[in-house]
Design a protein around this ligand. Structure first.
Ligand code: FAD
Length: 561
């Protein structure tokens, strides 16, 4: 059997190695347009920042190692230019010589990835405007940074690639202006959670220009001018364009293969396209979200690797199926997410409830603990987790991974309280934040606590038919409070002062993190009060409140993490 693979990185290289492990006799050829194979796209920002020092560390394999270990023939700087499905041949161009030739196949795997979106706006062809996708792009940026006096950069696009690149440029002492058309960075997060990221970026001196689009660029001797839609002009030394990617499906389209939404290649669970002899994997394909059951694109390394393995299994005669993805991702603040956020759940009409908490990353008494903020959404009817967002520093990665694993296995949110997780003070707490999510949700679902949220404050602050109390200390209250929550009854005085409250009126309670307001709720509920605890506490609210634009369109945010 002869297998030709177009694209030799995450999906393509994985598929090639797996086919060899299953079929020692197969002839396997990888065609790769760039000069490198099996490279670590995800490491590219860190190479630019100098954390990864040697460019060779970015290549996990070379054509030589793939040949000596796997007998896989890799042809770099060879671009597949068309597919003749009838003859089962690929037309290929040798990029060094422009010479063209054809290669036959029994099975073809398309793993061409995606390409950065480049808007058609004036001045876009300036050589100081970069994109980041391949090793060549990273070398180009690194060269530009190393050999020019780069003091400032404008990064356009606040997705995870834009942010990672921006943070790495910033680590080199470069001043960063970050422009995004949305009113927040990281669209996979809800706005209230993204506020923590905004505050982190502002703290590091980033100039955040949200709700702004770029209308054009002008080249000047000293650099490049970036014109924004509101008339703002930013003069800078370089620009990184990271406004998104589009599936590289041109070959598939020209070959008449079926495409889905956003032009991604349609595949079945075996990663087979509409032509049974052609498989497709990675960023170029459309897959199923296991949270919503709908078709979507999840352009991440984990899904590409899994899909490559599945395509290989099927080609080698083993029945292997892709179960879908939930888009679990992480950015090194650390901010991580999986599944749906509130905006997406609303768009899909999924009835949900949420819990918000701010637990420490490990035992608070052990040095180095940081608060993390967790928001977990679950379907109110089935109790199944539908999405989660976690922002903080250490320990965020393992919490999101546990949540993603439980979500994928269809576990309900309350089962989180029973998960037996590793504990010692440097790593966690005896009640791990994951267990806490389970406890809180159980309290919510069994009616032991009723929650209210940031978005409710505006409606509650002037109501006379309710009581609003803050149960923090006097010191905490005097250093900042939620609008309408002037009345202070510290939690430790609540039992003695319960007579000050009117049992006929519901009580809305706030504290710093949501824990004391929960305790207060339990005290009052057992005395017959109808009461509500504020999810996330004052710390969460203050970030939400301050993460707003002023009249000049500037973001006002404090430091919360
Ligand atoms: P790719 O890995 O992009 O490989 C496609 C290859 O096909 C390319 O090398 C291209 O040159 C080649 N090709 C295309 N067309 C042709 C043709 N006609 N002929 C020959 N060759 C062709 N994901 C994460 O999960 N976590 C991260 O932290 C993360 N960080 C990232 C950081 C950056 C800067 C980038 C760019 C991506 C990052 N990703 C991350 C995404 C991840 O790298 C991709 O999802 C993954 O590489 C997709 O794999 P793929 O095989 O579909 O495509």
């Amino acid at each position: 059997m002869k297998v030709v693979i177009i694209g030799g990185v995450a999906g393509g290289a994985t598929a090639a190695a797996r086919i060899r492990r299953l079929d020692e006799k197969a002839e396997i050829i990888i065609l790769e347009r760039s000069g490198f194979v099996s490279y670590a796209n995800c490491g590219l920002p860190y190479y630019i920042g100098g954390l990864i020092k040697d460019e060779h560390e970015l290549t996990l394999q070379t054509p030589e190692t793939l040949w000596s270990r796997y007998r896989i023939e890799v042809r770099t700087l060879h671009e597949a230019v068309s597919i003749d499905r009838e003859k089962k041949e690929v037309a290929i161009k040798k990029l060094e010589t422009d010479e063209e030739y054809r290669e036959s196949y029994d099975k073809l795997i398309l793993a061409p990835g995606a390409v950065p979106i480049i808007p058609d706006i004036p001045g876009i062809n300036d050589s100081r405007i970069y994109t980041l996708r391949t090793i060549e792009d990273a070398l180009h940026i690194k060269n530009g940074v190393d050999y020019n006096d780069i003091m400032s950069a404008v990064v356009i696009g606040g997705g995870f690639i834009g942010l990672e690149a921006a943070e790495n440029l910033w680590s080199l002492g470069i001043h960063i202006t970050l422009v995004d058309a949305a009113d927040q960075v990281l669209p996979q997060f809800d706005r209230d959670m993204a506020g923590f990221v905004h505050s982190h970026l502002k703290e590091n001196g980033f100039d955040l220009r949200l709700n702004r689009t770029v209308s054009g660029f002008e080249s000047v001797e000293e650099g490049i001018i970036v014109n924004l839609d509101n008339g703002d002009v930013i003069e800078t030394d370089m620009v990184l364009m990271a406004i998104g990617i589009t599936p590289e499906s041109g070959l598939a389209k020209a070959a008449g293969l079926e495409l889905g939404g956003r032009g991604a290649i349609k595949v079945n669970r075996h990663m087979q396209t509409s032509d049974p002899d052609i498989y497709a994997v990675g960023d170029a394909v459309e897959i199923k979200s296991f949270v919503t059951g709908k078709r979507t694109s999840v352009p991440l390394a984990g899904p590409a690797n899994k899909q490559g393995r599945i395509a290989a299994d099927n080609i080698a005669g083993y029945d292997s199926r892709y179960k879908g993805a939930s888009g679990t991702s992480i950015y090194d603040l650390t901010a991580a997410s999986t599944g749906l956020n509130e905006k997406w759940a609303k768009d899909l009409d999924i009835p949900y409830e949420k819990v918000i908490l701010s637990p420490p990353s490990h035992a608070a008494y052990y040095p180095g603990a940081h608060l993390m903020t967790m928001k977990v959404l679950f379907n109110i009817n089935t109790w199944k987790i539908i999405g989660a967002q976690v922002i903080g520093y250490d320990g965020v990665d393992k919490r999101i991974d546990v949540l993603a694993a439980v979500m994928q296995s269809g576990g309900d949110i309350v089962t989180l309280k029973d998960i037996d997780l590793a504990y010692a003070p440097p790593f966690s707490s005896a009640k791990d934040p994951i267990n806490m999510v389970g406890y809180i949700s159980e309290n919510v679902l069994t009616g032991k606590v009723k929650l209210f949220y940031c978005e409710d404050i505006a409606k509650l602050k002037d109501r006379e038919d309710i009581q609003r109390i803050d149960v923090r200390t006097e010191e905490e209250h005097s250093s900042g409070k939620i609008e309408g929550f002037d009345r202070l009854i510290p939690i430790d005085e609540l039992r003695d002062r319960i007579n000050e409250l009117d049992i006929e009126k519901p009580v809305y309670i706030v504290c710093q993190s949501g824990l004391r307001s929960y305790i207060a709720s339990r005290i009052l509920a057992q005395e017959g009060f109808d009461c509500y605890s504020f999810a996330g506490g004052y710390r969460f609210y203050e970030c939400f409140r301050k993460d707003r634009f002023d009249k000049e369109g500037q973001l006002d945010c404090g430091v919360y993490i």
